[in-house]
Ligand binder design. Structure first.
Ligand code: BTN
Length: 313
């Protein structure tokens, strides 16, 4: 990113002297001044006051979101932002057919948000988080769930200290707080001959909205506070890429262990509705592919997908 802009953004709303910018970015005073003039022409609102320096107060429409996100995120991803879109997962799929860099697709409004098992995903305009992270890969499709594990763990680790109350990852990939859903993840793949080429991890989080569904909750409805969605999003991405780095070093076991420890219902009586049948039994284990092992009265069942409920005992 443009280093002059980066310095101004880091100090947005405050004056930064020309001398400080010169020192930080290694340009002469005149070059900094010229640079600032070209930013103003691009639509950045910058006050230039003698003896005080430069103060960035507004960004061009739409631009500030991407600038802010790329400043907050420590990893080099490409940012795609639109104020509204049908679904960030669909948008990511369209773009990633011809795009090879890790990319984040973020919006303030989804008018056809998609959930698991063909369901809809509702979020409130400008209040919730809806984004899709697209990761170009070249791996066997059997590894796809490990990326979902990393995303769920990254979200869990960001949300837990915010709410500081009972938080779980609910199989296969939801985050529940005090027994209510706050986040859902929809993983989709672009494949070629059984190779996973691009993984799209679509994440929806109820942040500042007032969810109407009785089993849903937002961070605001729980804490009474408003949250900066961009900070939460970038913390999740930083956490995810940290885990991805660890995974790349062949160190998946501690990630899996941390995820497993956060799971809801492990070792307990559960009911899983697969869409075809309902399986009731003890949730005895889960593997790295996300296959849940349920001990029923008659047998041990492997369950690949479905909705999990804790049984009332
Ligand atoms: C679920 O719990 O059913 C998964 C919900 C996933 C919703 C997110 S919001 C961003 C991304 N775009 C979509 O259309 N869906 C995912």
């Amino acid at each position: 990113m443009d280093p002059v802009l980066q310095t101004l953004l880091r100090n947005q709303g405050e004056f930064v002297s020309g001398m400080r910018i010169s020192e930080e970015v290694g340009l002469s005073h005149t070059a900094v001044w010229k640079h600032v003039q070209s930013l103003i022409e691009e639509g950045y609102g910058i006050d230039c006051i003698k003896k005080k320096g430069y103060r960035l107060h507004t960004l061009p429409e739409n631009r500030w979101i991407v600038e802010k996100l790329s400043l907050l995120c420590h990893y080099p991803v490409e940012w795609f932002y639109k104020p509204e879109v049908d679904s960030t997962n669909l948008w990511a799929k369209e773009v990633m057919v011809r795009h090879e860099k890790p990319s984040v697709f973020f919006t303030d409004k989804q008018y056809a948000g998609r959930g698991r098992l063909g369901r809809q995903w509702e979020s409130e305009t400008g209040k919730d988080i809806a984004f899709s992270l697209a990761v170009p890969l070249n791996t066997d499709v059997c590894h796809y769930y490990q990326y979902t594990i990393m995303m769920a763990l990254a979200v869990y680790r960001v949300l837990l200290p915010i709410v500081n109350t009972t938080t779980h990852i609910k199989w296969p990939n939801d985050i529940y707080i005090q027994g209510k859903k706050v986040c859902g993840i929809l993983s989709e793949m672009l494949t070629e001959e059984n190779r996973l080429r691009t993984l799209i991890l679509g994440v929806g989080i109820n942040v500042n909205s007032t969810p109407s569904l009785p089993h849903a909750l937002s961070l605001k409805s729980l804490t009474g506070k408003e949250f900066d969605r961009h900070i939460i999003l970038s913390e999740i991405l930083n956490g995810f890429f940290d885990l991805l780095h660890q995974y790349g070093c062949g160190d998946f076991a501690p990630i899996y262990e941390a995820w497993r420890n956060a799971l809801m219902g492990l070792g307990q009586k559960v009911r899983i509705d697969t869409g075809q049948k309902v399986i009731e039994g003890t949730f005895i284990d889960i593997n790295e592919q996300g296959i849940a092992i349920i001990q029923t009265d008659q047998s041990i069942e492997k369950v690949y997908s479905g909705d999990l409920f804790l049984s009332k005992s």
